[in-house]
Design a binder for this molecule. Structure first.
Ligand SMILES: Cc1cc2nc3c(=O)[nH]c(=O)nc-3n(C[C@H](O)[C@H](O)[C@H](O)COP(=O)(O)OP(=O)(O)OC[C@H]3O[C@@H](n4cnc5c(N)ncnc54)[C@H](O)[C@@H]3O)c2cc1C
Length: 426
């Protein structure tokens, strides 16, 4: 059984591990943290990643901990006037519901699936349960031989090496041969969780409890909030101009004063919401430009390692999950590893570049100062009031697109004589 060595046990690395197990691979994750865990924050799980998880048999497990919003709503920043209210599309159009989930719940669910002796949606001849090495920081990468060395002197190798090591990826540096180019985006984010019980003490915040993703738009800033963790917690993300106080870290503490200062002039309801938590986390938001390549030798990149983006389309983790599923499909095709990795790059790089650029456009639209373009935006939002909205990104079928490309390759070039037959699912 071929072995995939995966650097990084974030959402992307775990998705790749599950996908590859389903294709009959042995999977090993090397993770620098002392345990595979996620920070205390919520995340939107759009249908394009949801459809992959549904196919993997995880629907029931997700439904137990996630929330399913009915609408996405837009509000004006200074007087909380509603700008629009769109309905999420029916599942038949996107292949899965739209969910919101606590990152910890998401991570646990994927890890449990990767480690489980039995897959939730069984396939013939799956790979064995995932092996994980925590406290294991990769410091040297040989892309041609799919081997790595760790900071404490251990060596690992596999038949393929996957760099799922996030925005400061060491594997990315080895693949591109260039120093890291992820850059501050100019924005920062404060994130916090508020127990629903605490929100219920304030009648003016009743709207926060609805089954909705709420977006409050203001000059150079916006706020997003929605329920997670079985409707017991409200997750809030506040984006504003980077004041130079933040660094790129998932665990930097912010303060109530900082948040209130950044949102001075916003409506009393919003300021009340922002004043409720006891603990605030803050991030510097980082982004990458499109990389020249994601692949070298027997090594490929996925997730934030190759396409870190601003989070304004809620697609970063969703793209990492799509990458994991598509990469597994390519490697499960029976094509030689180098051909499979190129096929993966050919399909995934244009897709994620388009999503990155959509996220930049969303920033321009969300952060408008008051004026004619902002009035035009608000009028456009109002026209959609009460209608179903479908982002082109949500209906994307990552495994289907990968299969299409593999089929084209195989019918054009055939498979090498000594290569195993392509997997029956193509
Ligand atoms: C404020 C904010 C809000 C967001 N909201 C959403 C949202 O609603 N929906 C969505 O889809 N996305 C969202 N995202 C994006 C999403 O969080 C990321 O795109 C996603 O977590 C990336 O996953 P990953 O597995 O690629 O990387 P990571 O989650 O960064 O995982 C990388 C892993 O690699 C490990 N690692 C790093 N270096 C090494 C090394 N040298 N050796 C071993 N291990 C290593 C790290 O410890 C980490 O566990 C948001 C991001 C931000 C900042």
């Amino acid at each position: 059984m071929p072995t995939a060595l995966i650097v990084g046990g974030g959402l992307g690395g775990l998705a790749a591990a599950i996908g590859l197990r389903r294709e009959g691979w042995t999977t090993v994750i090397l993770e620098s943290a002392h345990q595979i865990n996620e920070v205390g924050a919520g995340i939107q799980l759009p249908a394009n990643s949801g459809r992959i998880l549904v196919k993997w048999g995880l629907r029931e497990k997700i439904e137990k901990v996630a929330c399913r919003p009915v609408t996405t709503r837009y509000w004006r920043y200074d007087n909380a006037a509603p700008l629009s209210k769109w309905l999420y599309p029916p599942e038949e159009l996107t292949g899965a519901p739209y969910w919101n989930i606590h990152r910890g719940d998401y991570q646990k669910l994927l890890l449990a699936e990767a480690l489980s002796p039995v897959l939730s949606s069984p396939v013939p001849n799956p790979g064995p349960p995932l092996t994980t090495f925590t406290n294991t920081t990769v410091s040297y990468v040989d892309c041609e031989t799919a081997s790595v060395k760790t900071a404490d002197g251990r060596s690992f190798s596999g038949d393929v090496l996957i760099g799922a090591d996030g925005v400061r990826s060491v594997v990315k540096v080895a693949v591109t041969g260039e120093p890291d180019h992820a850059k501050p985006s100019g924005d920062q984010a404060f994130r916090f969780l508020i127990p629903v019980e605490k929100v219920k003490e304030h009648r003016e915040l009743d709207f926060v409890l609805d089954r909705a993703v709420n977006n409050h738009l203001g000059p150079d800033a916006h706020i997003v909030h929605y329920p997670v963790h079985g409707y017991r917690i409200i997750n809030v993300i506040c984006v504003s101009r980077d004041t130079g106080l933040t660094q790129e870290s998932w665990n930097q503490q912010g303060s109530r004063e900082e948040v209130l200062k950044a949102f001075d002039g916003w409506s009393p309801e919003i300021l009340k919401l922002l004043s409720l938590p006891d603990k605030y986390l803050k991030w510097q938001l980082i982004k990458r430009e499109e990389l020249p390549t994601w692949v070298r030798g027997k090594t490929a990149l996925l997730g934030d390692a190759c396409h870190a983006m601003v989070p304004y389309l809620a697609q970063g983790a969703a793209q990492a999950v799509e990458d994991g599923a598509a990469l597994a499909r390519a490697l499960g095709s029976g094509l030689p590893v180098d051909v499979a990795l190129r096929a993966y790059e050919n399909v995934r790089k244009p897709r994620t570049t388009a999503v990155m650029s959509g996220a930049d456009d969303a920033r321009t639209s969300y952060h408008m100062h008051d004026g004619v373009p902002q009035m035009k935006r608000d009028n456009a939002f109002k026209k959609g009031w009460g209608k179903g909205s479908i982002s082109p990104h949500w209906a994307y079928d990552a495994e289907g697109e990968m299969n299409k490309h593999l089929n084209e390759l195989i019918s054009r070039d055939g498979t090498p004589e000594n290569a195993p037959r392509p997997h029956a699912r193509i």
